[in-house]
Ligand binder design. Sequence first.
Ligand SMILES: C[S@@+](CC[C@H](N)C(=O)[O-])C[C@H]1O[C@@H](n2cnc3c(N)ncnc32)[C@H](O)[C@@H]1O
Length: 273
Amino acid sequence: MRARLGVVSARVVDVGAPGETRRLVLATVNDEAEAWRLAAVLRAAGMAAVARLEDGARWEAWIRHTRPISFGERLSVCFAWSEHDRTGLSNVVELGPGGFGNGEHPATRLLIEELLGRITGGESVLDLGCGSGVLGLCALRLGASCVVATDVKEEAVEATRRNALLNGMDRQLRASLALPGESEGPFDVVVANVGRSAIVELAPRLVPLVAPDGWLAVSGISPPQCTLVAGFLRPLVEVERRTSGEWAALVLAHGASVHGEHGLPRLGIARPR
Ligand SMILES: C[S@@+](CC[C@H](N)C(=O)[O-])C[C@H]1O[C@@H](n2cnc3c(N)ncnc32)[C@H](O)[C@@H]1O
């Protein structure tokens, strides 16, 4: 890294170890445009490189924005280049540059909370609208066995693949632009933080992808939209509704699994709030 940076006259000012698995190299260059150009070159070479200012209000905002996000003691999400100390955090999912979704937005958090409460280990997961792969990677950290991730944006698919590699999960996660067909499913868990209109549009293709004992969690909707969205996802039935301010997430399952006809109920009783 020093050699690479020396070629472009960047000066290494610090090498830190914010976590157990990563070295963080801080280098300075004279101007901001040059810093961004250098970051792009390093990214093209496969490194999780970013540019930031050295001080001032934008630097302070950057430091605030790059704090690790902890979900209790069982899971944390963090940018790979975060300068915050992350020793002591458990089950860290690291995110590199690009893509959409870093675990901060309430719509994402609501689904991560569902994963925390419901993943028991060994599940197959479909991460629809993967953005950065954050939901699929969290599911894997919590014990799911494999993830199919899909998005309509090439940038999101590529970021998801890079993030899987960054976390050593590239063998368990496959990302593509195409929504899996019924032959590839069904999945034990389907998570979709894609907003009301995409959920409604995709509903007929999503429902058959949920395994008989599985569950679907959708997010990116508002509390007043929940009943309407749940209606489009029939015959799945609502088993949980979680809200955070103006955001809501719904969990749905096949009626038979809620009522225990496929053995022990895994999801409990419908509890509309
Ligand atoms: C709000 S972001 C969610 C990203 C990440 N899953 C999260 O929870 O933070 C929504 C993502 O869904 C993708 N998306 C929107 N409509 C979609 C569709 N019909 N099929 C697949 N992906 C879609 C967008 O490209 C975007 O990456």
